[in-house]
Write a protein that binds this ligand. Structure first.
Ligand SMILES: CC(C)(COP(=O)(O)OP(=O)(O)OC[C@H]1O[C@@H](n2cnc3c(N)ncnc32)[C@H](O)[C@@H]1OP(=O)(O)O)[C@@H](O)C(=O)NCCC(=O)NCCS
Length: 174
């Protein structure tokens, strides 16, 4: 079955993130997050580039404006989604869904049968997206994140990847 790609994503450039993208990515992510405290730091991005993680940006072809970022770390037989953010003006357009579909394709290329992630319990939009993707909650990391009033737990979620599928039907279309 062919999965519909949102019109928006067909108009965007998908490329590797570089150090030069960090300021624009951070500005986009700060505005996208429920609280700026939730966004990644410059050091998070720099160390991820140094570590060679899979880092992609979606940009507007004409302006170069950064619309989305995704960062994932490869492990043995698994992939860990470290960060995903979409420009606030594009929330709810299904862009995160398309980016995650790319991540699943990468998993299949690498024969990685599971994707792991952590998410704040308070991050309702992200949790809604992940549940729609078929992620399930498998644990809690206590006091994992900095929060306004101390610390916040992380929900640990996982999604199995069908390594035999050429592509996967988004849960929203089930
Ligand atoms: C999480 C994020 C990447 C999703 O991007 P997006 O392109 O808007 O995602 P989608 O349009 O594919 O899906 C968003 C879902 O959240 C739902 N949603 C939006 N706001 C919501 C809210 N306040 N409460 C609950 N659900 C909400 C949408 O209805 C949609 O669900 P649906 O497919 O069932 O309609 C985006 O919200 C973001 O950039 N957030 C800031 C960074 C962040 O928190 N990243 C996650 C780190 S774990």
């Amino acid at each position: 079955m062919i999965v519909d790609m949102p019109m928006l994503d067909m108009l965007l450039v998908d490329r590797a993130m570089t150090e030069a993208d960090i300021p624009a990515v951070m500005a986009m992510e700060h505005a996208a997050c429920l609280l700026p405290l939730h966004a990644w730091s410059e050091d998070n991005y720099r160390s991820s580039i140094r570590a060679g993680y899979w880092m992609r940006v979606r940009t507007e072809p004409e302006t170069g404006r950064v619309i989305a970022v995704c960062v994932a770390m490869d492990g043995p037989d698994e992939v860990h989604l470290l960060n995903i953010a979409v420009d606030a003006s594009h929330h709810g357009t299904g862009l995160a869904q398309t980016i995650l579909a790319d991540l699943y394709d990468r998993c299949r290329q690498r024969q990685a049968a599971v994707v792991w992630l952590e998410v704040r319990p308070s991050n309702a939009p992200a949790r809604a997206r992940y549940v729609r993707e078929g992620f399930t909650e498998v644990g809690v990391r206590k006091n994992y994140y900095a929060a306004l009033n101390g610390r916040e737990d992380a929900l640990v979620m996982k999604r199995d990847i069908d390594l035999n599928a050429t592509t996967e039907v988004p849960r929203a279309l089930d």
